[in-house]
Design a protein around this ligand. Structure first.
Ligand code: URP
Ligand code: ZN
Ligand code: ZN
Length: 460
């Protein structure tokens, strides 16, 4: 039996912080408390005095080796989960994307093949539904039975990914009856397409037009509409990547009347300014991600939404494409730039540095947003998202006295840029344990290859 004692740290969970030791046996936490004196000799002891122990991050919005935007994303399950591990994330829920004409079960099988034996951290899937031709709704039950209890649909990208309102209603009702959840990408795709065509007709074909074609109202209108449709379907709804003040308000209003509505935002909407679209040449292509970055008034509203709980999860929406690839595909027409940006590696550091040390959220809230709440939302808690007896020993050792420097040259994400180039954040993730194994140390992966387990998820 392998036993490890992490002793003397501040153990932070979403409900409390305590000075304690954590005893790990065979990949699980077996006790948290004053243990140093009572644990016998047959135990590896690791001194973590002065450090914070937080639950391994749970990132419920990633796109690894995804065909979603035509071009595959740059990180596969190996490179993407290594990057996650080095950044303190020990669980992901990744989007298995259906391609046109494919059955949902085939799409899932393809995604399992990509992840199996390659992921280094534990992983589950959401089912991303893009083609609702006849019969697909009937597959939902089997999808849920296989442990994929959440679905994603798009209200944008007509002709490729978008569902209409009737289809959204069908998906919500069908998933809801099965006890599943629907993750909604809320943007008014038709209005965006018209604004985008106008910009191209005016010769404004560069990356900044991505921002101009997606004003905040295009998100807010879709959020309000989707909440109404979820009400009609009597089903829960979860909004991915919320970026605007109006969306936070719409979600808050629904939650105050006890509707089953939840929302996430992503690290980049909290931290990056849309002035990045004014970078010279094609560099602005780095932040062609959807929805686009928003002004400070929206960032402030998102931070407020996190503190009130109306926005309950911070994910990465890691959807990486090299800048060279973005430019190859979209140099002459911003509509062809694959949408998405990186985030899996730096989500935990950014939220600690900007959120906790920036004075915006407490340590406990940090744990809630990055681990406990996403685990609860998607049926993984208390196996994941908490440091407590019985939970998987997924633990991050964070040194509050250290610092994190972000650079494309040193990142593990398989990418030729980071929008955070040169950022220096307070706090440093020193060690990362997954099921008791030390898998990352000082930003370097030190674990075994392909050690991640598939996580079938229950309905919640
Ligand atoms: O820009 C992004 N995030 N593209 C990825 C797909 C999505 O909408 O989540
Ligand atoms: Zn989306
Ligand atoms: Zn996404």
């Amino acid at each position: 039996m392998h036993r490890t004692l992490l002793y003397g740290a501040q153990v932070v969970n979403s409900a409390s912080t305590q000075t304690a030791d954590v005893l790990i046996e065979n990949g699980r936490v077996v006790a948290v408390g004053e243990l140093a004196a009572i644990v016998g000799e047959n135990c590896e002891r690791i001194d973590v005095r002065g450090k914070l122990l937080v639950p391994g991050g749970v990132d419920v919005h990633t796109h690894l080796e995804s065909p979603l935007n035509g071009a595959p994303t740059a990180d596969d399950f190996e490179s993407g989960t290594i990057a996650a591990a080095c950044g303190g994330t020990t669980t992901i829920v990744d989007f298995a994307a259906q391609v046109k004409g494919q059955t949902l079960l085939d799409a899932l099988a393809v995604h399992h093949d990509k992840a199996r034996g390659r992921a280094v951290i534990d992983y589950g899937f959401h089912m991303c539904v893009t083609d609702l031709v006849s019969g697909k709704l009937a597959e939902f039950a089997e999808v849920v039975q296989s442990g994929v209890s959440s679905f994603k649909v798009f209200m944008a990208y007509r002709g490729t990914l978008m569902v209409n309102d009737g289809e959204l209603f069908d998906v919500l009702r069908t998933a809801g009856r099965l006890g599943g959840q629907v993750c909604v990408h809320a943007e008014n795709g038709d209005v965006i397409d018209r604004l985008a065509s106008d910009l191209v007709a005016e010769g404004r074909t560069g990356p900044k037009s991505h921002l101009l074609s997606r004003p905040p109202e295009t998100e807010v209108e879709a959020v309000v509409r989707a909440i109404a449709i979820a009400d009609m379907a009597d089903a829960p709804i979860y909004f991915v990547h919320l970026s605007t003040q109006g969306s936070v308000e719409a979600v808050a209003e629904a939650r105050h009347r006890n509707a089953s509505v939840a929302g996430e935002t992503c690290t980049h909407y909290l931290t990056l300014d849309p002035s990045l679209y004014d970078q010279p040449g094609f560099k602005a292509g780095e932040v062609v991600l959807t929805p686009p970055l928003r002004e400070k008034v929206h960032r402030d509203a998102l931070w407020r939404g996190l503190t009130t709980g109306d926005v309950s999860v911070v994910s990465s929406d890691h959807c990486p494409y090299c800048l060279a690839e973005k430019e190859r595909l979209g140099a002459h027409d911003f509509r062809e730039i694959p949408n998405g940006g990186p985030g899996i590696e730096h989500r935990m550091s950014l939220l600690y540095g900007e959120g906790v040390r920036g004075g915006r959220i407490s340590l406990e809230k940090y744990v809630e947003l990055t681990a406990a709440a996403p685990a609860k939302q998607f049926g993984l808690y208390p196996k994941k998202g908490v440091i407590a007896a019985g939970s998987d020993a997924d633990i991050v050792v964070l040194d509050p006295a250290g610092e994190t420097v972000i650079s494309a040259a040193t990142q593990n994400q398989r990418l030729d840029y980071t929008p955070y180039e040169g950022w220096v954040l307070p706090g440093r993730i020193e060690q990362v344990f997954s099921r008791g194994d030390l898998i990352a140390a000082s930003g370097t992966y030190v674990g075994a290859r392909g050690r991640g387990n598939y996580l079938p998820r229950a309905t919640v």
